[in-house]
Design a binder for this molecule. Structure first.
Ligand code: NDP
Length: 288
């Protein structure tokens, strides 16, 4: 078997085209969707992510505001900035780029963002809504994975999915979305005794660990779908995922590459959440 490649770039483009059309429709009705990004400090990776988010907004015709603050910003000042954005009708999504300097409590910052503008889907209210199957902003990376699986018409019902990784932003919500889609979900993590024992049983594996070659052909059963969320660098400094891509190709049915797999979906789903928020704001305005 040679695995089919799930092309995240192409799927992201298709989703972006739909968003672009929705942005246009909302603009014609007098509402310009807006995203505000707050960047505290000068973390290099964060600067790149933020730039990419601005580019995505420009590409889709959305309004974007970048608020850059020095690493010395106090937690109170940051909360004040967030409160202003919570009140600002031109802003439908607020994102505070993580990680934050260590003197700022990330949980307090996430909770300061209005759940109605929490387009990262990290606010406990949105997490709770997601868990109880209510309408919520979904965390962008797991949301992107669900869209990828939908794109290949993969029916999750009754399938066994093993999620490797249990972070609050990827692993945990990933498992919950899969459960909501009627999959049987197993979580593995650094304390899991025998990773291969679990992954060998999986119809679908989602690797979100941050360590290359965590998943090789030895870990998977014939025909498994392998989704690679990881972003790592190999010895030559090239981007790679958590999965030994070349190795699993001959055994998996589908596999996502790195780069060009889950990565492009993440920013796209941020844009999707922002347009959904803008649409809700428009509906509220109409019914007022
Ligand atoms: P975290 O470091 O927060 O979580 C990593 C998880 O992997 C933890 O739950 C940890 O277990 C688990 N883990 C570590 N070592 C092992 C092991 N040997 N076997 C099994 N599980 C293990 O990372 P994130 O969830 O934030 O990110 C994961 C990866 O995904 C990273 O490479 C990150 O860069 C990438 N990423 C990619 C995105 C994209 O858009 N493509 C977006 C976000 C992240 P424990 O809980 O026990 O410590």
């Amino acid at each position: 078997m040679t695995a089919q490649i799930i092309n995240g770039k192409e799927i992201a483009q298709a989703v972006r085209q739909e968003i672009r059309e929705e942005v246009e429709q909302l603009k014609q009705k007098g509402l310009v969707p807006g995203l505000a990004v707050i960047l505290v400090g000068d973390n290099q990776a964060s600067q790149t992510y933020v730039r990419n988010k601005e580019k995505a907004c420009a590409d889709l015709g959305m309004h974007s505001v970048l608020i850059k603050k020095p690493a010395t910003l106090s937690q109170e000042e940051l909360i004040e900035n967030i409160n202003e954005l919570n009140q600002d009708d031109s802003i439908h999504g607020i994102l505070v780029q993580l990680p934050l300097p260590s003197h700022i409590n990330e949980e307090a910052i996430i909770e300061a963002i209005s759940p109605e503008k929490d387009v990262d889907g990290f606010h406990p209210i949105n997490i709770g809504r997601m868990m109880t199957g209510q309408r919520a902003f979904l965390p962008c990376t797991p949301y992107g994975v669900m869209v990828m699986l939908k794109h290949i018409n993969y029916d999750l019902e009754g399938k066994h999915v093993v999620v490797v990784g249990r972070s609050n932003i990827v692993g945990k919500p990933m498992g919950q979305l899969l459960l909501n889609a009627n999959a049987t979900v197993t979580y593995c993590h650094s304390k899991t005794k025998d990773l291969t024992y679990f992954t060998k049983q999986a119809d679908v594996i989602v690797a979100a660990v941050g360590r290359r070659n965590t998943i090789t052909s030895e870990h998977i059963k014939e025909g498994a779908v392998v989704i690679d969320v990881g972003i790592n660098r190999n010895e030559e400094g090239k981007l790679c995922g958590d999965v030994d891509y070349e190795d699993v190709l001959s055994k998996a049915s589908y596999v996502t590459p790195v780069p060009g797999g889950v990565g492009p979906m993440t920013i796209t789903m941020l844009m999707q959440n922002t347009i959904e928020s803008a649409q809700r704001a428009y509906n509220v305005r109409q019914s007022a």
